[in-house]
Write a protein that binds this ligand. Structure first.
Ligand code: THU
Length: 130
């Protein structure tokens, strides 16, 4: 299954009764495994989680730690890039060259990198732990 297929598939399970904005994300790790997630909203709005966060949680739960590529699919007039918080979450497990793909449900794709989306990011190095 491709990253696009995995993200599109999991997007069907998005729980988005408040925004009605359904998002799917799928990432590939250094081992080649694919993990996916959808947004899960909550009546207490700030408790909702993004699709990227779900995919990252699934990856970490499986014991994997290195994101090589991540694809996000949503339906909007303009490409849906990961929110600021998700860029930071991705950066915990990816280097600046990691590929970020923004896709529409029809298959149009826009490729960028984490470094382009989150320049000057805060990371392990700032804590003296790199
Ligand atoms: N959302 C994501 O899941 N990922 C993104 O990259 C952008 C936004 C979700 C959060 C919320 O459930 C809905 O989209 C509207 O913001």
């Amino acid at each position: 299954m491709s990253l696009f297929e995995a993200a599109k598939f999991v997007r069907k399970n998005a729980h988005a009764p408040y925004s009605n904005f359904h998002v799917g994300a799928a990432l590939r790790t250094a081992s080649g495994a694919i993990f996916s997630g959808c947004n899960v909203e909550n009546a207490a709005y700030p408790e909702g989680t993004c699709a990227e966060a779900g995919a990252i949680a699934a990856m970490a739960a499986a014991g994997e730690r290195v994101i090589v590529e991540i694809l996000v699919v949503a339906d909007a007039d303009q490409p849906v890039t990961p929110c600021g918080g998700c860029r930071q979450k991705i950066s915990e497990f990816a280097d600046k060259d990691a590929v970020v793909i923004i896709a529409s449900p029809k298959g149009e794709q826009f490729r960028t990198t984490l470094g382009e989306l989150l320049p000057g990011s805060f990371g392990l190095g700032h804590l003296g732990k790199s």
